[in-house]
Design a protein around this ligand. Structure first.
Ligand code: DGJ
Length: 744
């Protein structure tokens, strides 16, 4: 159970469950002082024993005749700038007179036995009251009338606390919010390594780990999307902590636009961890009576290393973020025609592909880019969301019927945020396109961005998409987004409010998702942004799966999927088997390895099935049976990373069910090595005393054998036998299926 212990006399607040504790108090000046965050403690009261104060020469004093109390060296919950704390603030508000100084002081608290929604924003939720408790702390700035409400939710069964902030202007003059971090957390020390997910198109979310140093270390995005470059995730791990042990503090922002995540180490070796909307170009005007809500930050504390951290995120997102009913349903094995045909297809070709795919056991056919307008390449027709009569003379509806008649579901690709100049929308509504007056509007892949900060644009796109989705049996939608936003400016906002553009854009995207999901709750949505350019918790709230990367190559995917799993569950990662030589890197990994990697995600194919040999078809039929047998385990089970592709030639991971009865283990070797050391793989999380049957080996092991001796991976070699060259090749892999034997 979660509990919220409020000591009114000493004005302390203790959020705790069986995993963690978070403790803070109201200081004598009415501001909030952070006291502790970490492993669960039994708190007796008497916070004063934990207060650290020391005389700091050249610091600014908080109280007259007191030289030791300075905001510069106090750990705070909601620091603002300019009043003696010279670290980066959580909030900055510019007032009528130009001042940016704020002093938020405590007014009241409220405890709620659930988790309130954040208006217009995605956020974690609970389905039943006992699953979480929320503490709302109201602070006011008496001079301006600004009211800040800090929301803290603690989940009962997870080491998770979420935080968000709202600012209401209860004064008489407008306020300009220049910076509002969703979370600011002051940790008492600085001995951490900073971990984040970094990359580029085709190599998203690679794990970066470096020691934390004095000063600021930050990641972020100012591209309008959370981006391929950095992900809104940051962890601080104690040196020596690894996958299975050690303390980790992590934060992930439930947001799909510009973000900043940073750690600042000050002169006294404390660390301020922050995450929120990127302050660059951000400025939100609050007229009297108006309110602004920050996105939600999800804080995880793990004392069982990075796997413990990830498992907390995975459980939270599967149960309390992904709202689609698909989160608990078996996901269909899909085939997407993109790499199979690109723009070059006809209705007949698609039907033939679907027929072949259906024979292999595939359940969903996804028609990707190129089905609409006059789209034969990427220079035209985005925005014209009606079928291309040359390619699909019988329309989408008839195509869907033909595919349904093959026993398969039908899905469709859209890129609703974009237009080409050669499109109806661009010709009829040039004022709906993002761009700065008088300046060149720069293209990205020949396309321009629709101004989703304008509600009529969102309404119009809803109508276009809804018409298509209502006209045919479409059971899956891939929502793509293939460029970053430049020349950011909205013709509808006016000069004072251009700083609101990026956030309003994201709110527009969320509004369209909301409308579509409400109208079509059964549709399975997959988000995408040139692969994984918008793989974030905000998207997962609406779309239960995300196309992890345009790089479908199995060996590249080891790093991408390993890194993505730091914060995101396997149930969210689209992973497909594609053809060889691979289109992104030219590599030719064996078909078995391609599926052994893609199994650990939402499985599908990204190729032309008509080009497969009979032998490949037979292998693929078996692959699909394997996935279907294990897909519930894969999407609902507990995932463990075992060997990191960032450290070794070998990668390994496993997924196990809650009862520790079934597990699937993937092991991969990038390059074959001569005369190499023996290879064995130690598993984790099994029932020590139980006996497990490992299907692929036809052997039985105890859980403790598998965890302590490990699976022996060196191929058997009998004395007198010749060197077996067939067993030695690059990009090899093995899958192991474990079943616990239940003694009768
Ligand atoms: C980028 C996506 O990531 C691909 O999967 C594909 O849908 C293309 N866009 C289509 O233009």
């Amino acid at each position: 159970m979660a509990s919220l212990q409020v000591n009114q006399k000493e004005r302390t607040f203790h959020l705790t469950n069986k995993y963690c504790s978070y403790l803070f108090r109201v200081m004598e000046n009415g501001q909030l002082e952070h006291l502790y965050y970490g492993k669960k403690i039994e708190y007796l009261g008497q916070y004063d024993r934990f207060i650290e104060r020391s005389y700091r020469p050249v610091s600014v004093g908080e109280f007259d005749s007191d030289l030791v109390t300075s905001l510069e060296s106090i750990k705070q919950e909601f620091p603002s700038a300019g009043s003696g704390d010279f670290r980066e603030p959580a909030i900055e508000i510019i007032q009528e007179d130009g001042s940016h100084i704020m002093e938020f002081t405590y007014d009241r608290y409220e405890v709620i036995a659930e988790k309130p929604k954040i208006p217009h924003l995605p956020a974690t939720f609970c389905k039943e009251a006992h699953e979480a408790e929320t503490l709302l702390i109201t602070l006011t700035d008496s001079l301006t009338g600004a009211v800040a409400v800090l929301a803290y939710t603690i989940f009962s069964e997870l080491p998770v606390i979420t935080r968000s902030v709202s600012i209401t202007n209860s004064g008489n003059n407008p306020l300009r919010v220049n910076r509002l971090m969703s979370l600011s957390l002051d940790l008492p020390d600085s001995e951490y390594e900073i971990i984040h997910l970094s990359g580029a198109w085709g190599r998203e979310r690679h794990v970066e780990r470096t020691p934390l140093r004095p000063g600021l270390q930050s990641i972020g995005s100012t591209r309008g999307i959370s981006s391929h470059v950095h992900n809104p995730f940051l962890a601080l791990a104690k040196p020596g902590s690894q996958e299975h042990q050690g303390e980790v503090y992590a934060v992930n922002l439930v947001y799909s636009g510009n973000f900043l995540a940073q750690a600042e180490v000050d002169s006294y070796s404390t660390t301020r961890l922050m995450i929120g909307i990127h302050p660059d170009k951000f400025c939100w005007t609050l007229k009297p009576g108006e309110c602004f809500y920050s996105p939600e930050a999800v804080l995880v504390y793990s004392e069982s290393g990075l796997n413990g951290m990830s498992q907390a995120y995975h459980s939270l997102y599967n149960k309390h973020l992904i709202r689609s009913s698909w989160t608990e349903r078996e996901r269909p094995v899909l085939i997407n025609n993109w790499e199979g045909t690109y723009f070059d297809f006809t209705e007949q070709k698609i039907v033939d592909m679907a027929k072949k795919a259906g024979e292999l056991g595939i359940e969903l056919f996804v028609l990707d880019d190129g089905w609409f307008g006059r789209r034969n390449n990427d220079t035209s027709s985005l925005g014209d969301w009606f079928e291309n009569p040359e390619k699909l003379p019988n329309g989408i509806s008839n195509l869907a019927k033909k595919i349904n008649a093959l026993g398969m579901k039908f899905g469709l690709w859209f890129e609703p945020e974009m237009v080409n100049s050669d499109s109806h929308i661009m010709r009829e509504h040039p004022d709906w396109v993002v761009g700065t007056p008088g300046r060149q509007r720069k293209h990205g892949r020949h396309q321009y961005v629709l101004d989703y900060s304008q509600p009529p644009v969102v309404d119009y796109l809803f109508k276009l998409m809804n018409d298509v989705l209502s006209s045919a049996r479409i059971e899956y939608v891939k929502w793509d987004m293939n460029r970053c936003i430049s020349e950011a400016y909205s013709l509808s906002l006016g000069k004072e409010r251009q700083g609101e553009f990026f956030h309003r854009y994201v709110l527009g995207v969320y509004a369209l998702y909301e409308k579509l999901i409400t109208e079509h709750p059964e549709i399975l949505f997959e988000s995408c942004a040139s692969g994984g350019g918008r793989f974030d918790p905000g998207m997962l709230y609406y779309a239960p799966q995300t196309w992890t990367s345009d790089d479908s190559e199995a060996i590249e995917r080891l790093k991408i999927q390993y890194g993505t799993s730091m914060a995101y569950p396997l149930s969210s990662m689209g992973a497909h088997v594609s053809t060889i030589p691979n289109h992104q890197v030219g590599r030719t990994a064996p078909l078995q390895t391609r599926s052994n990697v893609a199994y650990f995600g939402i499985f599908g194919y990204e190729l032309d099935p008509l080009a497969l040999s009979e032998e490949e078809c037979n292998v693929i039929k078996k692959q699909i049976q394997v996935y279907k047998r294990h897909r519930r385990l894969i999407t609902q089970g507990t995932f463990y990373r075992l060997l990191s592709p960032f450290e070794k030639n070998e990668t390994a991971w496993m997924v196990m069910d809650a009862e520790c009865e079934h597990a699937l283990v993937g092991w991969y070797q990038v390059l074959s090595r001569p005369n190499q050391a023996y290879l064995r793989l130690k598993l984790v999380g099994l029932d020590e005393m139980a006996v497990y049957f490992v299907e692929e080996l036809g052997q039985r092991f105890t859980g403790s054998e598998l965890m302590n001796i490990g699976l022996i991976l060196t191929p058997p070699h009998k004395a007198g036998q010749d060197f077996n060259i067939a067993e030695k090749y690059d990009f090899s892999s093995q899958l192991f299926t474990l079943t616990k034997e239940i003694s009768s």
